[in-house]
Design a protein around this ligand. Structure first.
Ligand code: 2M8
Length: 418
């Protein structure tokens, strides 16, 4: 496995490993294959791919003892994991591995083709689990049970649902390690936020991470529009692989699933702002924040030209990439025009290179080469000092959070190889 970061995250993270495999495929197809095979060894029998696969080392909190997933019937026996998931970007990497293997030819091609043949069913099970356990009403929106599942942990998207999460008096005590590995504690979530994060872990642990029971007890239930958009595009990628393997019915099922989630994404768009919204399933309220996740329809190529055209204009306009104070014309995690935007704080304002990469990948896929190139060129300028920051201050370009963050280096490799 590739650790997500040398000190802050000394284990494997699910969506990090997908993007790391995209970068590794540019260097060594066998290494990229190993990365994803390692991840799959941790897959639960339900199909869920857990958000952390623990290495033997320690130095991260909450570690495997705190998660206690050995009590879960569906958890793997041989590997220690967390008990929640993250966005399903993996099929994007599987496609890249196959393409890179074919370009290399010979034994590498054979390895890549065998990898796709042997693991297709596991990726399919992962997508099916998201489409059932996390969308039981078939609305085309993935429900998450923890902000960590979105990957955008402390985004203002989650402030309202988290306000309803009140840690019980019986929440076991905790000592954070994350704050030891960043220059300034303001770059990380607060202790109050961590109390809520850990309370949800406690709730899930008490029902042994059972999917049905979790929906009943968990204090955080939100339909995540950006994760839904990722599931839509990744299902299309997987359907394409299914075609090549002659798995006609599976490919049709995946296309149906992609269509359902694309429509789900579209159903959340605010007519007032033109941005997509998350839905708090507990309160029934739309979450009206001006974050990068609002561009979910643009990302997944939703089937409504007017919505997408309006989003494209907004994306490049002054409230986003075209904001005159930005160091580079790249999308911050929260609009620089939003008074609540916090330029140094994690998912509350900084620019995340992997998010820029996801949009450049999506633009290229949609035939918008110019949009893809603009994001790539600006990102490579942002990354040129070689720190591989986890995130960047949007107005000064300063790297923040962890340095030598693996997925940042991986997307840099991919951009350089274009
Ligand atoms: C961050 O999340 C972890 C918890 O999962 C943390 O803060 O400890 C997020 O940025 C997440 O998206 C990412 O996958 C992870 C590892 O890079 O770090």
């Amino acid at each position: 496995m590739t650790a997500a970061a040398p000190r802050l995250y000394p284990h494997m993270w699910s969506w990090d490993s997908g993007l790391i495999a995209v970068g590794l495929a540019r260097l060594s197809v066998p290494r990229a294959i190993t990365e994803l095979r390692t991840l799959l060894r941790a897959q639960w029998s339900t199909g869920m791919i857990p958000h952390i696969v623990f290495s033997a080392g320690d130095g991260y909190f909450p570690g495997p003892e705190r998660w206690g997933t050995e009590s879960a019937a569906a958890a793997p026996a041989a590997v220690r994991t967390s008990g929640i998931c993250q966005p399903p970007v993996h099929a994007i990497a599987v496609r890249r591995i196959l393409d890179a293997g074919r370009a290399a030819g010979g034994e590498v091609r054979d390895q890549a083709e065998a990898f796709v043949r042997e693991t297709f069913g596991s990726w399919l099970a992962w997508h099916r689990w998201l489409a059932t356990a996390r969308d039981p009403d078939r609305r085309g929106l993935v429900e998450i049970h923890h902000g960590w599942e979105s990957g955008m942990d402390n985004s203002p998207r989650w402030d309202e649902p988290y306000a309803a999460v009140v840690p019980g008096a019986d929440l076991p005590g905790f000592v954070r390690t994350d704050v030891d590995h960043v220059g300034d504690v303001r770059e990380r979530p607060t202790d109050a936020e961590y109390g809520r994060y850990l309370w949800i872990v406690e709730q899930l642990r008490r029902v042994r991470y059972d999917d049905d029971a979790a929906r009943e007890v968990v204090a955080f239930r939100v339909a995540d529009v950006f994760m839904s958009a990722i599931l839509a595009v990744a299902s299309d990628e997987l359907a394409g692989l299914g075609d090549e393997l002659g798995r006609v019915e599976d490919a049709a099922e995946l296309r149906e699933l992609a269509g359902r989630f694309r429509a789900g994404v579209l159903s959340t768009v605010s007519p007032a702002t033109g941005l997509a919204r998350d839905l708090d399933r507990r309160s029934g309220r739309w979450i009206e924040t001006e974050t990068i996740a609002g561009f979910a329809p643009l990302f997944c190529g939703a089937q409504d030209g007017a919505v997408v055209a309006r989003q494209r204009e907004l994306f490049w306009g002054e409230r986003w990439c075209g904001h005159p104070a930005l160091a580079h014309p790249l999308p911050p995690s929260v609009s620089p025009s939003d008074p609540g935007m916090r330029p140094r704080t994690y998912w509350r304002g900084p620019v995340w290179p992997i998010v820029s990469w996801l949009f450049s990948w999506a633009f290229e896929r949609q035939g918008d080469d110019d949009g893809a190139r603009r994001l790539r060129d600006a990102s490579l300028r942002q990354l040129a000092a070689g720190d591989f920051g986890e995130y960047y201050e949007p107005f000064t370009g300063e790297p923040l959070g962890s340095l030598h963050q693996s997925w940042t280096a991986a997307v840099t490799l991919d951009w350089l190889a274009r």
